[in-house]
Design a protein around this ligand. Structure first.
Ligand code: ATP
Length: 370
């Protein structure tokens, strides 16, 4: 009935008066790694638990491999899930915890003890916990427990892996190492995966596609490049990118668009734009130029607020009509707070969003350049 390997069809879940998931539809292809990205409380975990069968949706259906699993018990769905709170067995060794999904189904999976040992060692090595196999969970740090929980999910090859912030407790270096290993393993084995995170860097680096959620709704599903370059909603624009897209509250009249600190004439092709709207400009699409290089009509005057060095680049915060705007540059410009600067904006890359709905109205107006 569907070509998607995992499909959510208008799934809704309410907890008393809270709508945790609101008509969420999603198609995940076989072998795809889809990241569910959104802020705390937006409904990511609930969506994952619905796929796992730990919550029953109030409305909508869930399909795995063409089968409607909405009313199926979690154990019958052939999914493995890494929980946010690890849920390890405290009295079992790390080895036995990781081996557990294999030992309970040993007969069915036709695995010898040796096969199990090999698999456990492989995944433990990958997650850098092979020295901990004889310990018990209470003797481990939070980050180590999290890796054991992840290992327990990865040791089996189910139809779907479900992962809820599985790297959140690891320090930055280990997180980067494990993230790369996880991506490699997922690609090697081709296991369809839904991965929940609120960390947009994690989403951009791991995902084949990202589904951005806010307030129970899926606002956009697309490749990392797509959600970054063509956000369909102002929320997506501000949630993805570090620093995020600059959003200016502007007003369009028939012939002019007025933004904080500047205004521009609107060419005839854009006269449909009327009233308040948001204009979004990524920090890398603004250039600080010397006034001798350009004419004053092409640039916007602003004042330096503060400069943040990031090693290989700088984020220059400038004040534009009372608003702080962030500019990304690789040049060391030796600017001080209060200096006047001239900004050249790449209008062909800018986005416009409806003021009421937040929905994208498309790329701003290549024509504005002229
Ligand atoms: P986080 O990143 O903080 O884990 P999340 O995006 O995973 O957040 P959910 O845990 O899915 O969000 O929660 C979505 C909404 O549903 C929240 O408002 C939450 O308070 C509410 N909620 C979740 N589970 C329950 C429950 N069992 N009973 C009542 N409300 C719940």
């Amino acid at each position: 009935m569907t070509s998607a390997f995992l499909k959510l069809d208008r799934v809704t879940k309410r907890f008393r008066n809270v709508i945790a998931v609101d008509k969420a539809s999603l198609d995940v292809g076989k072998g795809e790694l889809l990241v569910l990205l959104g802020p705390s409380g937006c409904g990511k975990t609930t969506t994952l638990r619905i796929i796992a069968g730990l919550e029953t949706p109030d409305e909508g259906r869930v399909y795995i491999d063409g089968v409607d699993v909405t009313d199926m018990e979690p154990g019958d769905r052939d999914v493995s899930m890494v929980f946010q709170d690890y849920a390890l067995y405290p009295h079992m060794s790390v080895f036995d915890n990781i081996a557990f999904p294999l030992t309970v189904k040993r007969g069915k999976l036709r695995l010898s003890r040796r096969d199990i040992e090999e698999r456990v060692l492989k995944v433990a090595k990958m997650l850098r916990i092979e020295e901990l196999l004889d310990r018990k969970p209470p003797q481990l740090s939070g980050g180590q427990q999290q890796r054991v929980a992840l290992a327990r999910a990865l040791v089996r090859e189910p139809k779907v892996w479900l992962m809820d912030e599985p790297l959140s407790n690891l320090d930055a270096l280990v997180r980067m190492q494990v993230r790369a290993e996880l991506k490699k393993l997922q690609k090697d084995l081709g296991i369809t995966t839904v991965y929940v995170t609120h960390d947009q860097i994690e989403a951009l680096t791991l995902a084949d596609r990202i589904a951005v959620m806010n307030k129970g709704r899926i606002l956009q599903v697309g490749s990392p490049k797509d959600v970054y370059e063509n956000p369909e909603h102002v929320f997506v624009a501000t949630f993805i990118g570090a620093p995020p897209m600059n959003i200016l509250e502007c007003e369009a009249t028939k012939e002019i668009i007025e933004c904080p600190g500047f205004s521009k004439p609107l060419p005839p092709s854009t006269r449909g734009l009327q009233g308040k709207l948001y204009v979004g400009i990524r920090p890398e699409h603004i250039e600080i130029v010397s006034i001798s290089e350009v004419t004053k009509e092409d640039v916007v005057e602003a004042r330096v607020y503060v400069v943040e060095p990031l090693g290989s680049e700088y984020i220059v915060n400038v004040v534009l009509g009372g608003e702080i705007v962030k500019v990304r540059t690789s040049r060391e410009l030796l600017l001080s707070p209060g200096d006047t600067v001239y900004l050249k904006i790449n209008w062909s890359k800018a986005s416009v969003f409806d003021f009421e709905s937040g929905r994208s109205l498309g790329k701003l107006l290549k024509a504005l350049v002229s």
